[in-house]
Design a protein around this ligand. Structure first.
Ligand SMILES: Cc1ncc(COP(=O)(O)O)c(C=O)c1O
Length: 435
């Protein structure tokens, strides 16, 4: 049995303890955090729509017109007209036949993946996929081949190993903690060649990339080439909930097979109306998306001047990789003291040894405050003992604390490969491509 107090104490001692901070007011570019005014540099409210007056009004009006809750799962007490309206708008936005709402992005990924693979199948999953994709894989009880991050050669090798049992490739489009973009064209091509389905999670691409903010798939001209596109309403679209965009037969199938759709209460009308209004704002023109990119470019340039290596990212997500978990927290606290809030992200959200500050830009930030924030972050890093120009610090403790399966432990221990073959849930498959 887990010794709860001891486990929390252990995590805290390793710099891996977590607590939530108290924010007063909406998620704008500035917030009162635990009572102190700070620049918010880690919210996914990318376009500033969560606190936009028209979006708030729409949510408030919907509460008066349709009530606050949806009462039950849609298969039990029905699809409300406002659900249908948002699904039609989202399908048109993603240029697909259908869209199906889910309670959240987590639920959409968990439900759709588990519906698309079953025991005996193999799912191919990028090493840095979001936890909701990983948990969808687990729920399916299929075997999982975790390919090295964005490595299509490794993916292709894994497809060969599966010997015809491959069912599905799953990937983030924009990786949530790294801000890089998956090699979508190559993945789609591989899937087509090997007769596999694809699920692409556009949680961080929707509203941020592509024409009209339609996502990374739209940017690559691939919207109609994947089986399932997942998008959330809780990030750029400023509300809460999520959707799957797909063809009609897939939507009909998911209504019958996705347990997180079937067994969960439908989205509340104010969240649906808020998302509808946000989508309306986004569709009015590219101004907000353009501002987001301009702001990201400003922050990126100033961070690079401070010496931070950003791995060539071109999106609104900028990772400052520190390495050691405790050190990442110290940098975060030092920046916070100087009025910049960029949450430290540690294992298990990111792999051990890659703890970081994950910066997220908003269209509503001002350029001068982003420049000043980059200087603050550089100063905070150095004050905490991290030189941004240096390679990330080692993090042996959190590797040990979080991975009960030693990757390079003593020879007498069974290796991951012994236990799972080349298919494993979280770590990349230990066996590399054939020589
Ligand atoms: C890539 C990715 N997918 C899915 C989700 C889950 O979305 P939601 O917050 O709507 O549950 C997140 C949220 O952090 C995410 O980053």
């Amino acid at each position: 049995m887990i010794e709860i107090e001891a486990r929390v104490a252990e995590l805290t001692a390793l710099g891996l303890g977590r607590r939530t901070r108290l924010v007063s007011g909406p998620q704008g570019p500035h917030v009162l955090l635990d009572g102190k005014p700070v620049l918010l540099l880690c919210s996914n409210n990318y376009l500033g729509l969560a606190d936009h007056p028209r979006v708030r009004e729409a949510a408030a009006e919907a509460a008066m017109r349709w009530g606050v809750g949806a009462g039950a799962s849609r298969l039990v007490s029905g699809t409300m007209t406002i659900h249908r309206r948002l699904e039609e708008r989202l399908a048109a936005f993603k240029r697909r036949q259908s869209a199906l709402l889910f309670g959240s992005g987590y639920l959409a990924n968990a439900g759709a993946i588990a519906a698309l693979a079953r025991p005996g199948d193999v799912i191919f999953s990028d090493q840095l996929n979001h936890a909701s994709l990983i948990d969808g894989c687990r729920l399916s009880r299929a075997e999982v081949f975790v390919y090295d991050h964005c490595d299509v050669e490794h993916l292709e090798w894994g497809i060969g190993q599966a010997e015809g049992r491959g069912a599905l490739i799953v990937t983030d489009s924009v990786f949530s903690m790294d801000g890089d973009v998956a090699p979508l064209a190559e993945i789609v091509e591989l899937a087509a060649r090997h007769g596999l389905r694809t699920l692409v999670d556009e949680a961080h691409g929707t509203g941020a990339l592509g024409p009209g903010g339609r996502g990374a798939l739209a940017e690559a001209g691939l919207e109609d080439q994947v089986d399932v596109i997942v998008g959330t309403l809780g990030k750029a679209l400023g509300s809460y909930g999520a959707f799957v965009a797909c063809d009609q037969s897939m939507a009909r199938y998911l209504v019958n097979a996705a347990r997180t759709f079937i067994f969960s209460t439908a989205l509340p009308p104010p969240a649906v109306a808020g998302a509808l209004a946000a989508l309306g704002e986004l569709e009015q023109g590219p101004r907000r998306v353009r501002r987001l990119h301009e702001n990201a470019a400003v922050l990126r340039a100033e961070l690079e001047r401070q010496g931070f290596g950003l791995g060539g990212v071109r999106t609104q997500i900028l990772p400052l990789v520190v390495g050691n978990a405790a050190l990442a927290v110290q940098v975060c606290e030092a920046a916070l003291k100087a009025g910049v809030f960029a949450q430290a992200i540690r294992p298990p959200t990111v792999p051990p040894g890659t703890s970081r500050l994950r910066l997220a830009v908003m269209a509503t930030h001002r350029e001068e405050e982003l420049r000043a924030a980059a200087v603050t972050l550089g100063t905070a890093a150095r004050a905490a003992g991290f030189d941004p120009r240096r390679a990330p610090a080692e993090d042996r403790e959190s590797v040990r604390a979080l991975d009960e399966r030693p990757a390079d432990g003593p020879a007498s221990e069974p290796t991951r490969e012994d236990r799972h073959g080349v298919f494993d849930f979280e770590a990349p498959a230990p066996v590399r491509r054939a020589a």
